[in-house]
Design a protein around this ligand. Structure first.
Ligand SMILES: Nc1ncnc2c1ncn2[C@@H]1O[C@H](COP(=O)(O)OP(=O)(O)OP(=O)(O)O)[C@@H](O)[C@H]1O
Ligand SMILES: [Mg+2]
Length: 509
């Protein structure tokens, strides 16, 4: 902890309470961050982490409590006040303007005008490169945001905050969408920043990351401050139990299952990506009843295109996809759903839910037109609500209110809502893409058990995940995807992280 200056309290939140109507999202929370420190914020889905940080960043006004910056009380009434106080924030869901370039996004709202009021883009691009070099934040200043990777998008968000003079940087689940390599890069960047005397508030569900990089960790549960610990004094298990209030099982029980016949059969599949280039180049894969096949691979090797082709969202150029022996090539998503295929999509807000709808409405997105939810064209309120109540209980979606607007749920609870709906569809094939992205360890345990239960009930499960631990923990067979093909199958048991890692890089022996 060599960079921390304990005499300098850059941020103090004292007794901060934030209510949304009757719901108390933050209940008298205290948080102190010193100069040069990495302070992790840990808590279950819906515990109130993003809310607390939105208060600090001036997006929400606290119901009660005080904030001090460098020892002086300040009223942070808007993000511009927060920025002027040296606070920067990278949100859980990124907020860049997609058709703008990297530089345009970074300087947006802070443009300096040259002659005749024209924005001096050259100077701006130079300034941006300077900061990016200083902290090792590699970006392409002239690329449009819509064309860059998620990892770069995030570096742009960080640069944007630094360009505005951030001394304290809030990162809300920065690693949830990153590949392992990008996570390593980010950890290095964070360390560079603290070495410069900046402070970081890091929200993450990954205990390993907290152990690796944070100095202190504040734990909140259901809006309340449970404690602040020095990270080198605790282990992962202790952090997990402080967070959920019980011991968490990191491993899933896997019994020997009885495999049945093939449910999903893919052969010679060719599919193009968004730019019209080949993404899948003759992919073969078979998933049988009662087994979990885990697809492991470096992001961008065709995983997304595979899911989209099987679920009817992307045209198939050639090859064949069959469910229970019948070809489903280029059927519509609804027709494929009718063949008893359920999907937990990788981008929950884009493909999994309608933010403006209630939880109850979201729970019937694929079935709203069928009985008992609709009769003679009229939607039936009572069964819709009852269905939601049952699923909310079963999957512990919080808050347990069917009328709650889905967009107001915390990220993790949005995910639980989607998983609940897909499992309730009772499919023959369940496709689970990044099913635990953004979930807390307690919820991950639950989802893993639920996927395992699906397998034990004889369903075919296709799991696509960037979390190697998850793949190893759950899969009966691991399929390695590389450059649009499955280049190897490993029976779980013969597979260790090293072997899988090598194959993911294209090495087949
Ligand atoms: N704008 C809002 N209106 C109403 N309720 C909200 C709003 N924002 C958050 N909440 C509620 O406040 C509680 C805390 O949510 P918050 O997003 O802070 O959780 P979180 O700890 O960040 O969870 P996650 O790990 O899932 O992101 C949740 O119950 C959530 O539904
Ligand atoms: Mg959050």
């Amino acid at each position: 902890m060599k960079h921390i200056d304990l005499s300098k309290k850059v941020v103090e939140m004292i007794g901060v309470t934030k209510k949304f109507g009757d719901l108390t999202a933050n209940d008298a929370i205290g948080l102190t961050v010193h100069q040069g420190e990495i302070h992790a914020l840990l808590g279950e889905n819906g515990a109130g982490k993003s809310t607390l940080m939105n208060v600090l960043y001036g997006i929400y006004t606290p119901t009660k409590g005080q904030i001090r910056i460098n020892g002086s009380p300040v009223e942070i009434s808007s993000p511009s006040v927060a920025i002027s106080q040296g606070i920067g924030m990278v949100h859980q869901h990124f907020m860049l303007v997609k058709p703008f370039t990297v530089t345009e996004n970074i300087i947006l709202g802070k443009e300096t005008a040259g002659c005749f009021g024209k924005i001096n883009m050259n100077q701006a691009a130079k300034d941006v490169s300077k900061i990016s070099e200083k902290y090792g934040l590699q970006v392409d200043p002239l690329a449009k945001v819509q064309d860059i990777t998620v990892g770069m998008e995030q570096r742009v968000e960080i640069l944007k905050a630094l360009y505005r003079g951030a001394q304290t940087l809030i990162l809300d689940e920065p690693t949830a969408v990153l590949t392992p390599q990008e996570i390593k890069d980010l950890t290095r960047i964070i360390k560079n920043l603290t070495a410069e005397g900046k402070s970081i508030i890091l929200i993450t569900h990954k205990l390993k990351e907290i152990k690796e990089s944070a100095d202190y960790c504040t734990i909140i549960r259901r809006g309340k401050h449970i404690g602040t610990v020095q990270v080198d004094q605790v282990d992962e298990q202790q952090l997990a139990s402080m967070m959920v209030g019980r011991t968490v099982n990191f491993k899933v029980d896997k019994q020997n299952g009885a495999k049945g016949g093939p449910v999903l059969e893919i052969s010679g599949l060719h599919v193009k990506d968004n730019r019209g280039l080949p993404a899948l180049k003759g992919l073969d894969l078979c998933v049988r009843a009662g087994e979990i096949i885990g697809v492991a691979g470096v992001d961008g090797n065709g995983q997304s295109e595979l899911i989209e082709a099987v679920t009817g969202l992307r045209p198939i150029e050639s090859g064949s996809v069959s469910i229970q022996g019948k070809q489903i090539n280029n059927l519509t998503p609804r027709q494929i759903h009718g063949r008893r295929v359920s999907t937990i999509p990788e981008d929950r807000q884009l493909r999994g839910m309608i933010s403006e709808f209630s939880i109850a409405e979201n729970m019937i997105l694929e079935n709203y037109y069928k009985p008992p939810f609709s009769k003679k064209g009229f939607s039936q309120t009572a069964p819709i609500k009852e269905n939601a109540q049952t699923l909310i209980q079963r999957f512990d979606v919080r808050p347990d209110d069917p009328d709650y607007r889905a967009g107001a749920l915390s990220g993790g609870n949005q995910q639980k809502m989607i998983i609940a709906r897909q499992i309730a569809n009772n499919p023959d094939l369940l496709i689970a893409a990044q099913p635990t992205r953004g979930l807390d360890v307690g919820a991950i345990e639950y989802v893993h058990k639920a996927l395992m239960a699906q397998r034990n009930e004889g369903k075919a499960v296709l799991l696509i995940s960037l979390e190697l631990d998850e793949i190893i923990n759950l899969s009966d067979t691991i399929a390695i995807i590389y450059e649009g093909r499955i280049i190897g199958l490993l029976q779980n048991g013969d597979a260790d992280e090293k072997k899988i890692g090598l194959m993911m890089a294209g090495h087949v022996n």
